[in-house]
Design a protein around this ligand. Structure first.
Ligand code: T3D
Length: 256
């Protein structure tokens, strides 16, 4: 099994599982990841996803033994693009626990997630330049937005590994965590997100993604539409009622 799925109360852990290859991606693995995300979305009791890697690496990017000079890389990317788009439109928060090296497509797979934690020993490398390729899986889009144009260009062209602590300092990821605490912290975060207002979080994802291309006028319009939707959810009714009753809210996460 190249992908493992474990069900926890309120969320699913999806583990990239080719540890002997540092979880390098194959086409089969990409399809299995897409299926796992589809299944998480289809399960009303699943309100968050935790993505991580088995063994000492998170993901070393495309499995280079699976591609040859004859491979049409544009077709490989069709496949990856479905994976990245799915993570971005998934109406559930995705926590990524980067347990070790994240290189090439593996680094950008992590950056496509909503909240990224990394073990102190982990690193992020835009490995593409080392083999004559262009950063993919959204790397050319995520990186400049996260770390600014100057750092994005240098990272893309030099393929230098960025240690987890630097990634956190630069705003590439949310937090760096000591290695032995990474998974506890990631589970704590996923479990917390799973008790929040699921639809509100899904609409927040849409708003933040919209903001990447909208001017202020369009973004204000988008916020108006999305807030209208949020305001019709049972969780908003519960959140407001709980505030007025001075008690913690109990969100159902109901999608409809
Ligand atoms: O289809 C397309 O090509 C287009 C799409 C491209 C997207 C991309 O992701 S391009 C970038 C591909 N990834 C890389 O270039 C990274 C290659 N890996 C590395 O540079 C190093 O492995 C790391 C820096 C990530 C880690 O180094 P280290 O020393 O900790 O581990 P290692 O010994 O290199 O790797 C452990 C094993 O995993 C090793 O196998 P072995 O010798 O024990 O049998 C190594 O060959 C294997 N491995 C690591 N990365 C890949 C891989 N096997 C296949 N593909 C890999 N990407």
């Amino acid at each position: 099994m190249t992908i493992l799925v474990e069900k926890h109360a309120g969320y699913r852990q999806i583990t990239l599982n080719r540890p002997e290859r540092l979880n390098a991606l194959t086409v089969e693995m990409g399809s299995a990841l897409l299926d796992a995300l589809d299944e998480a979305e289809g399960d009303e009791s699943c309100r968050a996803v935790l993505l991580t890697g088995a063994g000492r690496g998170f993901c070393a990017g495309q499995d280079l033994s699976e591609v040859s000079g004859d491979t049409d890389l544009a077709q490989v990317l069709d496949h990856y693009n479905r994976m990245i788009r799915k993570l971005r439109v998934l109406p559930l928060p995705v926590v990524c626990a980067v347990n070790g090296v994240a290189a090439g497509a593996g680094a950008n797979l992590a950056l496509a997630c909503d909240i990224v934690l990394a073990a102190r020993s982990a690193s992020f490398t835009q490995a593409f330049a080392k083999i004559g390729l262009v950063p993919d899986c959204g790397g050319t889009w995520f990186l400049p937005r996260l770390v600014g144009a100057a750092r994005a260009r240098a990272l893309a062209m030099l393929a230098e590994p960025v240690p987890a602590a630097t990634a956190a300092e630069w705003g590439m990821i949310w937090q760096v965590v000591d290695d032995d605490r990474l998974m506890d912290e990631a589970h704590r975060l996923a479990a917390r997100l799973a008790t929040q207002a699921t639809q509100g979080l899904a609409l927040t994802k849409r708003a933040l993604d919209g903001a990447e291309t909208n001017d202020l006028d369009r973004q204000l319009d988008l916020e108006r539409v999305l807030q209208g939707e949020a305001g019709r959810t049972p969780d908003y009714a519960e959140g407001a009622r709980a505030f007025l009753e001075k008690r913690p809210p109990v969100f159902s996460g109901r999608r409809r």
